[in-house]
Design a protein. Structure first.
Length: 468
């Protein structure tokens, strides 16, 4: 007999935790699922197992902010069923989610589903980008902060994201050499952020806490610059950067080469909405994020009845907004389940909507300023790999477009997006290449997804079949 819950939440970042807290407080029979052992999501990630980080200041301002919501969540643990180290991989019959835990399948049923899958880092290919030693900024930050690992000695950072400064600060505090921090946005564009940063006092303090150690170590901050190629034998040895024009295309003759052993790439985030797609939720294309995202109303309700999505999976707006959206989804679900009256829901919404608007004003400016411009996608060459799983190059994608493939699901005939990650990394890149060839986004569409949404051990299905 499958377990059944009034509400099932996928993801225990700020959005999922906020929704779970709201629901548990209203007496809803709620369960939460997350791949990680502890709540926190990407931003408030907890150190693994018995691993203790004594100097908590190393985890940054944000870590301290996160302790508050984690504490609230932990206080309600006895009212919440927690599926930790568990992956949600399939959605069946409209009300059943398939989970995997330690190689075993479990099916759970729900009345309401809140998807808080978070975000992932955007990849932008360039010649040599698949060499060992080249990694995403968030991945690098995770190693430094939570595993206390420094994967190299001489680092070059390149991207267009506030995360870059936070990673640079962690690196220099840990004694690494940062040869340059290349930022694609121009100073005049960063200045557009100033009024909002000053208005949000916490943000100002956070930004200064990252900038100070970077300036103290005299890390060269080069803008508008980006890495354009990397070379090495079995790992990166050299990285070349170039100045960017207004469209973020490299300007010939401005190249500089650095000897490095690690390159960090921070070109922002994309919503992760694999389950929302699997559940059949309608999506819209966001030209600023350069990504599809689930369509929601103000209550975070998707186009499918009883399914909500909150946080970065519904549009990348940061941890503070994720928390507010989680509370909105939780409050609305509790009202629909009859645990609070609609009047009480509306009373609670008043202050939530007010906070939401104020954070959205800032995140809108932030997303617009850091939105990658099309010149960045011209850095790749014909033989640059676009799809890492299937080793498909840009040339092969262009050949597919010339053959007449105008839809992202058709172009999979070239085997692009057909590997184990099901296009998780390369869908956004291929979409951009198709857009640049003049295909309208409505024709390109988004990829269909099938369960399991992530690779799963085959024996698990055999074992399950035998148990029936
Ligand atoms: C790598 C990375 C590093 C970041 N670093 C910073 C930073 O330094 N500063 C900053 O301000 N912002 C940072 N961000 C952005 C910030 O993390 C988000 O804005 C914020 O965490 C959004 O909260 P959320 O609840 O929407 O999602 P998240 O915090 O991302 O939480 C989503 C959770 O859902 C889980 N999940 C997803 N799919 C499944 C599934 N199918 N089954 C089970 N569990 C699932 C994930 O494991 C994760 O724990 C980072 C984002 C990423 C991706």
């Amino acid at each position: 007999m499958n377990q059944k819950f009034e509400t099932l939440i996928i993801g225990l970042g700020p959005a999922g935790m906020a929704a779970a807290i709201k629901l548990a407080q209203q007496g809803v029979h709620v369960a939460v699922v997350d791949e990680n052992p502890e709540p926190g999501g990407q931003i408030y990630r907890q150190p693994p197992g018995d691993f203790v980080i004594e100097d908590k200041s190393f985890l940054g301002v944000r870590y301290r902010v996160g302790q508050d919501i984690i504490r609230q969540f932990n206080q309600l643990r006895d009212k919440i069923t927690i599926f930790s180290e568990t992956t949600a991989w399939g959605f069946f019959e409209g009300t059943t989610m398939a989970l995997e835990h330690m190689g075993h399948i479990e099916l759970v049923e729900f009345d309401k589903l809140i998807l808080c899958e978070g975000a992932m880092e955007r990849s932008i290919p360039f010649p040599g980008w698949t060499l060992p030693g080249i990694m995403t900024a968030g991945g690098l930050q995770k190693m430094i902060k939570y595993q206390r690992l420094l994967p190299g000695k001489r680092f070059l950072l390149s991207g267009a994201s506030p995360l870059q400064l936070s990673v640079a600060a962690s690196l220099v505090k840990d004694g690494a050499e940062v040869v340059a921090l290349c930022e694609a946005i121009r100073i005049k564009d960063s200045l557009k952020l100033m009024p909002e940063i000053i208005r949000q006092k916490g943000l100002f303090k956070e930004a200064v806490s990252y900038l100070f150690p970077v300036l103290k170590k005299s890390v060269p901050i080069l803008r508008p610059y980006s890495v354009i190629s990397a070379s090495g034998d079995n790992r990166i040895r050299e990285a070349t950067i170039a100045r960017l024009d207004e469209d973020w295309a490299p300007i010939a003759g401005t190249e500089r080469t650095f000897e490095v052993d690690t390159v960090s790439l921070g070109y922002g985030f994309l919503p992760v909405a694999r389950l929302a797609r699997l559940c059949g939720c309608a999506h819209v294309y966001d030209p600023v994020l350069k990504s599809w995202k689930p369509e929601t109303d103000i209550f975070m309700q998707t186009s499918v009845a009883n399914i909500y999505t909150a946080g970065d999976s519904s549009g990348v707006d940061g941890a503070d907004l994720a928390e507010v959206e989680g509370r909105i989804a939780g409050t609305h679900a509790a009202a629909e389940l009859g645990k609070i009256s609609m009047d009480e829901r509306d009373r609670q919404f008043k202050s939530l909507f007010h906070t939401l608007e104020s954070i959205k004003r800032y995140s809108k400016v932030l997303n617009r300023v850091f939105s990658p411009r099309s010149g960045l996608f011209t850095i790749m060459e014909d033989d640059t790999i676009v799809c890492r799983c299937e080793r498909i190059t840009a040339k092969e994608v262009f050949a597919g477009i010339e053959k007449g493939f105008r839809n992202i699901n058709e172009i999979k005939k070239t085997r692009v997006c057909m590997g184990p990650c099901q296009g998780r990394t390369c869908e956004s890149i291929v979409t951009e290449l198709m857009l640049q060839k003049g295909i309208p986004i409505e024709d390109i569409g988004h990829m269909t997804i099938r369960p399991p949404i992530t690779p799963m051990p085959v024996f698990m299905f055999e074992e399950y079949a035998h148990s029936l």
